[in-house]
Design a protein around this ligand. Structure first.
Ligand SMILES: [Zn+2]
Length: 333
């Protein structure tokens, strides 16, 4: 196998752009789906069902689209084709590995990240054995994967290796720029597949061949125009909503005044003249604690009082929860 010449070796920026585009398609599709649901074009129940199985649904679609690109005359991922790149993969094993790298690896990574974040939300003592393992192993595995990926990219940048992705490196299928022959091979493949079936062929075969040709052409169209257009829309909407959010934060309405204080009841315990005294024991507040009425007492005084009378001594407002409703005030020391 010949090493790629300088002219057909992509720069790190091209390779990174292609892999970033790859990662953007899924959130863009998810966003468009949610948007259609919000606008009422699709029933909210349908959207909720689709969201539940979104990962699996996307996996199937991505497998079909990527397989069509990987097993074509010029093997590449859909996003790599958009950037005019292709993989130097000739064997079926290499193509299968490319498909795994493009579709299955991101799927497994997303699923593991979801499982880890779900496990982290559970309190440590309530986690199951599996959740404990996932929560502990994921950060290490993710860090290791990112470190290997970064090392490969750096090595690629300094021309040490030909592949910018660890799996591509493992299976020796570096990404190279598409040449004139590659475009021609793709066009030939498309033309050959869309040749009208001979007149002697059965009507069923003829319609099947027309349908398959339409499918392939629409697939080619989607990679060339629809994918970049949807990414642009996704980026634009991200920017647009971010701007709206920022302006909303800037033009926030003034904070409303606090609710008025509750007046003491005429038959209630009178308030001491010194605000730092407890109305119940009329001496310096010890361990100050308050009720929902806003009045402050010593903790032992008010606890015993509300346990017995179930009301605020000053305002006579009912305290149904008794001692459990007493709130300790924060104090230093
Ligand atoms: Zn007191």
């Amino acid at each position: 196998m010949s090493t790629p010449t300088i002219s057909n070796r992509p720069t790190l920026f091209e390779a990174t752009a292609a892999s970033q585009l790859q990662g953007l398609i899924k959130p863009a599709v998810r966003y468009v789906l949610a948007w259609y649901g919000q606008q009422g074009f699709i029933g909210s129940l349908v959207v909720a069902r689709l969201q539940q199985v979104f990962d699996e649904l996307y996996l199937v679609c991505a497998l079909v689209v990527e397989a069509a690109h990987v097993f074509s005359a010029s093997p590449s991922g859909a996003a790599e084709r958009f950037y005019g790149l292709r993989r130097r993969s000739s064997t079926v094993v290499q193509k299968a590995a490319a498909l795994v790298a493009l579709v299955l690896v991101p799927f497994v990574r997303d699923k593991a990240a979801d499982a880890a974040s779900a496990a982290r939300e559970v309190e440590p003592e309530r986690r199951t054995r599996t959740q404990k393992c996932v929560a502990a192993a994921w950060p290490v595995a993710d860090f290791a994967a990112q470190a290997v990926s970064l090392a490969t990219k750096v090595a690629f940048m300094f021309n040490v290796v030909d592949a910018y992705n660890p799996i591509d490196l493992l299976f020796n299928m570096p990404v190279v720029r598409m040449q004139h022959e590659d475009y021609k091979a793709l066009q030939d493949q498309l033309n050959m597949q869309s040749l009208p079936a001979s007149a002697s062929a059965s009507p069923l075969y003829r319609s099947a061949s027309i349908a398959s040709s339409l499918l392939r052409r629409s697939l080619a169209f989607s990679t060339s125009y629809l994918v970049p257009a949807s990414i642009f829309l996704f980026r634009f909407s991200e920017w647009w909503y971010q701007n709206q959010f920022d302006s909303l934060a800037r033009t926030q309405e003034p904070i409303p005044p606090p609710p008025p204080s509750i007046e003491p009841h005429p038959d209630g315990t009178p308030l001491p003249e010194n605000a730092s005294f407890c109305p119940l024991c009329v001496s310096e507040l010890k361990n100050p604690s308050m009720l929902s009425s806003g009045y402050v007492f010593c903790y032992p005084c008010i606890y015993r009082y509300v346990e017995r009378h179930r009301e605020c001594p000053v305002t006579k407002i009912p305290v149904f929860g008794g001692g459990a409703c007493v709130r300790k005030l924060y104090s230093m020391g």
